[in-house]
Design a protein around this ligand. Structure first.
Ligand code: WTA
Length: 657
């Protein structure tokens, strides 16, 4: 296992350093390198004391008796004996004094519609929603699937689930009906919440229709709750199934505005979020209540340096973990004002992001490198149309940021005055793990810099030796870590804890550590590809292709892509006598769109008579990547039939995207 070479070469040349601006540092929660070092040292020397102090800043119905229980590692438990409620910590805790009428969510719809919910409003809406869920029969412990538009009701529904102790599992609105089916059947959800429709690039997405198709073969589903995107008008025709489907705006009539927050044990399941791994089957990552809550709270507070006057905007979708931790649970626990946006950066025009920053006076802005690179390509004229002087801090997440995009973000968006926090983390880690603290850590374009409090990373070789460039490891448990994979404890252990004989957490990323102790994340070392900051397992596509009657075999690889970070290239061999042409490409693309979603379509499909294999029959993906990247080929002596390679190279260069 080695780190991808191309990433390594670009960032290993980078030596620019940007100290935190003095004016920023003066007002920051963490004001200096010394303060970071002192707190970090404490957090590592006595993590239990450190995290207990943090948890103590939040509301607990009953205090824990054990901060960390490692007896059954890697099935760690945090804050055992503690009883709390995360929704209470996001809302009820802020209902006294000035925050009561402070904006909690400022929503901007794709069509330009807007809504503001204060903390009191949000609390009321969440209580009403929670009572509707109860009236449908949702009980503590019942899993609720959500497939909704990025509208306030999605935030409200998620918080309502947390309030009554029903674990939520949000599915990003770009996934297909088949993906919904697989997820519902995997976790045996009884309830689905959806929207009739949503907007995407001016078009209407038929969300309820997709749910109907998805759950047609899901016997576990009892009720479907449907939120109207615009109750006054029907955006898309909806068929309501008698006895199963309920309109939210009808069910809410007469509900009480009060709903007590359920008593949640610290280790009660809070949510399941499905993500891609190295096999064809997505994993249901499980997060529990007390540890996740504490970690989301502290990371949001220090990394985004949240203050009462901030207007914070994270452009992610709530269907991904970034939306869970840094649109909802982290910022709301910090009583922040959160901007929530339904649309995309380039609709109706390329300046939509900057228009929103100006309109609401956004101070902290958090997005993905893929969006930054796209904006950079569209040109400086778009941000220059707007007053971006409200911005004071910028963030990046989801994939490595190349130094060129970092510099553009810094100069053109941040006006040279805003620190950039390049935050490395994963669905599995629950919250940010490696990142600069903006008032304390000097940044370097392309480096996620240093570990957050309580996090002990290392760069290791396959056999566990410290090396300068190798595989990232996390040596100690942390409160926000995943607690398992739904229904598959064995896979949890083998995927994340088998690599270094069960000692350390293996995240699946390559990394380099420089002389100043800064970490540079180099991309995945497994068969997971980050396309536009969306995780896709190459095995997921491969298993879709082989379902097609013409396909014999396939291998999918990720290659660097100027805008998307990485792109997928699919190599496909067809069965004897089958036609490999444009029709088959169309059919295969349709199949991927149907089984996974359009966002997983590859850049190119290459048909070939054979794939390069070792004598034992293993496909040599490394060689496929070399071909796709136009690199000199590595060692080919182990190939069973070296002539395959020449034919493939020829084929690759003549196939259009
Ligand atoms: C990648 C998203 C480099 C990484 C929060 C990780 C990053 C995967 C960064 C997790 C970053 C995330 N620099 N790479 N700042 N942030 N990644 O689960 O490969 O959707 O393993 O979580 O994204 O993706 P996930």
């Amino acid at each position: 296992m080695t780190a991808p070479a191309s990433q390594f070469e670009t960032v290993s040349q980078e030596n620019r350093v940007f100290p935190p601006p003095a004016a920023f540092a003066r007002q920051a929660h963490i004001k200096s390198l010394e303060q970071y070092r002192e707190m970090y040292a404490r957090s590592i020397a006595d993590p239990e004391k450190f995290w207990a102090d943090v948890a103590g800043e939040l509301h607990w119905i009953q205090k824990w008796h054990t901060v960390l229980n490692s007896k059954n590692a890697p099935f760690y438990k945090w804050f055992e004996g503690g009883v709390t409620n995360l929704c209470y910590n996001c809302l009820d805790r802020h209902l006294h004094g000035a925050t009561r009428n402070k904006a909690a969510i400022i929503f901007e719809g794709e069509q330009g519609d807007q809504r503001v919910l204060t903390y009191a409003d949000l609390h009321r809406e969440v209580c009403l929603f929670a009572n509707v869920l109860k009236s449908l029969g949702v009980k503590k412990g019942d899993i609720v699937m959500l497939y909704m538009a990025m509208v306030p009701e999605l935030a409200i529904a998620v918080l309502a689930c947390a309030r009554i102790g029903a674990p939520h599992s949000v599915i990003f609105g770009g996934f297909s009906s088949e993906s919904i089916k697989d997820r519902v059947n995997d976790c045996q959800a009884k309830f689905v919440i959806t929207s009739d429709a949503g907007y995407r690039r001016g078009k209407v997405l038929p969300l309820k229709h997709t749910v109907d198709e998805g759950i047609a073969e899901c016997p576990s589903i009892q009720k479907v709750l449907v939120v109207a995107r615009e109750p006054q008008k029907q955006l898309h025709p909806v068929t309501m199934k008698e006895g199963r489907d309920v309109w939210y705006h009808e069910a809410v009539v007469g509900q009480s505005r009060h709903c007590e927050a359920a008593r949640q044990d610290a280790e009660d399941l809070l949510f399941i979020l499905y993500t891609s791994g190295s096999t064809g089957k997505p994993k249901g990552i499980m997060h529990t209540t007390g540890g996740y809550m504490t970690f989301a709270y502290l990371t949001a507070k220090y990394i985004f340096d949240l203050k009462p006057e901030d207007v914070y905007w994270c452009t992610a979708d709530i269907g991904w973990v970034t939306g869970h931790s840094y649109i909802l649970y982290g910022p709301l626990q910090n009583a922040a004002t959160v901007v929530m946006f339904e649309g995309v950066p380039n609709w109706p025009e390329n300046d939509r992001f900057w228009q929103i920053v100006e309109k609401y006076g956004v101070t902290v802005f958090y997005t993905a490198p893929t969006a930054i690179r796209a904006c950079m390509k569209w040109g400086d004229v778009w941000p220059q149309k707007h007053d971006l002087s409200s911005l004071r801090l910028l963030g990046s997440v989801g994939e490595p940021i190349n130094p060129e995009a970092w510099m553009w973000y810094h100069n053109v968006i941040g006006g040279g005055r805003c620190p950039i926090v390049d935050t490395w983390w994963q669905t599995e880690t629950g919250g940010i793990m490696i990142t600069p603290l903006p008032g304390a850590i000097a940044t370097k374009p392309g480096s996620a810099t240093v570990p957050f409090f309580g996090i002990e990373p290392a760069v290791l070789s396959d056999d566990g030796q410290d090396v300068r460039a190798g595989i990232l490891a996390i040596k100690k448990p942390w409160p926000g870590m995943m607690r398992g994979i739904w229904g598959d404890p064995g896979r949890f252990k083998t995927t994340y804890f088998a690599k270094w004989s069960g000692k350390y957490y293996f995240p699946g990323d390559g990394a380099r550590k420089d002389d100043d102790g800064n970490y540079w994340i180099l991309g995945r070392v497994d068969d997971v590809v980050n396309v536009s900051a969306h995780r896709i397992g190459t095995a997921e596509l491969e298993s879709v292709y082989v379902e097609h009657p013409s396909v014999a075999e396939s291998a999918v690889v990720g290659i660097p892509h100027e805008l998307k970070g990485q792109a997928l290239i699919s190599f496909v061999t067809v069965k004897q006598g089958k036609e490999a042409g444009p029709d088959l490409i169309r059919e295969l693309n349709d199949l991927v769109a149907k089984k996974i979603g359009k966002f997983a379509l590859p850049e190119k499909i290459i048909f070939s008579a054979d794939l390069p294999k070792t004598r034992s029959g293993k496909i040599m993906r490394r060689l496929l990547r070399d071909i796709a990247e136009g690199r000199a080929l590595g060692n080919v002596t182990t190939l069973a039939d070296p002539s395959v390679i020449e034919a493939l190279k020829e084929k690759y260069s003549t196939t259009e995207s």
